[in-house]
Design a protein around this ligand. Structure first.
Ligand code: BTY
Length: 289
């Protein structure tokens, strides 16, 4: 991990020197949920008094390479609450090691953020989930970690957190409750679920046999991000809330001939924009304020 504490402090200082606000909430936008010309009104769009910093401007930041991902850090206010929001994230399948994918979380910590909200697009493995549903993450399975591929691998810097961080309370129970209340208030409880997320390296989608195995171990949604960001966030003691937009139903039988593809993932992301905006503006902001 070439990102020493000092290097990440430089990244954070670059931002702190250029924005007056001091956000307590950091958001990571997933595929199809960040700004792009086809779908105005993404979360970052709805921030007031925005200040944008393309990743290539921020010292030590990697560059985002996925189609449909704007690579910039956006500061702004959402209903008066100061936020910093990553538009576009880094994925393992792009060729970045996990510690590089998750480095923006440590920069958020050094900027002064205390709460991370991570969003992603994911395949629905739970058969009751439909395309377009929202799954609040109540726990994750760190599939890549089983093979030892972990963002915290290598020497530990105690200034971030402990050598062996616990993960049993990774997803804040109170924020999950708030999320459920917001869903109830918005009368969308029928499409909002709580489930287990897992991250695979990608870039390919899974085989039927792999999906059957993941279902057997209790996974409800499968994606290619978020787990390493959450592990890094919990290591430096950020409070975490995460949710997935279900962009396709995972195919777990050999007869079904549909295929998961990136365009489908993006389309659903766009179609659910307005709902996601409202959902995010729900009560959990006031709580965190
Ligand atoms: C973003 C995304 C969407 C899906 N769908 C799926 O079936 N399997 C995945 N790994 N992912 N990842």
């Amino acid at each position: 991990n070439t990102y020493t504490f000092e290097a990440l402090q430089e990244s954070a200082q670059y931002l702190l020197d250029r924005v007056k606000m001091r956000p307590k909430i950091g958001i990571i936008c997933g595929s199809g949920m960040e700004q792009n010309e086809l779908c105005p009104g993404s979360l970052a769009d709805s921030l007031e008094n925005k200040q944008c910093f393309p990743y290539e401007e921020i010292p030590h930041f990697p560059l985002s390479t996925v189609k449909g991902h704007q690579g910039q850090m956006v500061f702004g206010y959402l209903q008066g609450v100061p936020i910093m929001c990553m538009q576009g994230r880094f994925h393992y399948y792009e060729g970045y090691p996990l510690w590089k994918c998750a480095m923006p979380v440590r920069v958020m910590k050094l900027v002064g953020v205390t709460h991370l909200i991570a969003t992603n697009a994911a395949g629905g493995l739970n058969p009751t989930y439909k395309v377009g549903d929202i799954m609040m993450v109540k726990d994750h399975v760190n599939m890549m970690g089983f093979a030892g591929n972990n963002p915290l691998q290598g020497p530990n810097d105690d200034r971030f957190g402990p050598r062996f961080p616990p993960m049993n309370k990774a997803y804040n129970a109170y924020l999950l409750e708030i999320g459920q209340q917001v869903a109830d208030e918005m009368s969308i409880s029928d499409i909002v679920h709580k489930g287990v997320y897992t991250c695979l390296g990608g870039p390919n989608f899974e085989t039927v046999a792999e999906l059957k195995m993941l279902r057997m171990i209790g996974v409800d949604a499968v994606g290619m991000s978020t787990v390493h960001e959450v592990i890094t966030a919990r290591h430096c003691d950020l409070t975490v809330f995460a949710f997935s937009l279900i962009t396709n139903q995972c195919i777990t039988d050999y007869e079904n001939h549909e295929e998961a593809n990136h365009e489908e993932v993006m389309d659903v992301g766009k179609s659910r924009q307005p709902l996601l905006q409202k959902y995010r503006k729900g009560k959990e902001w006031l709580f965190i304020r």
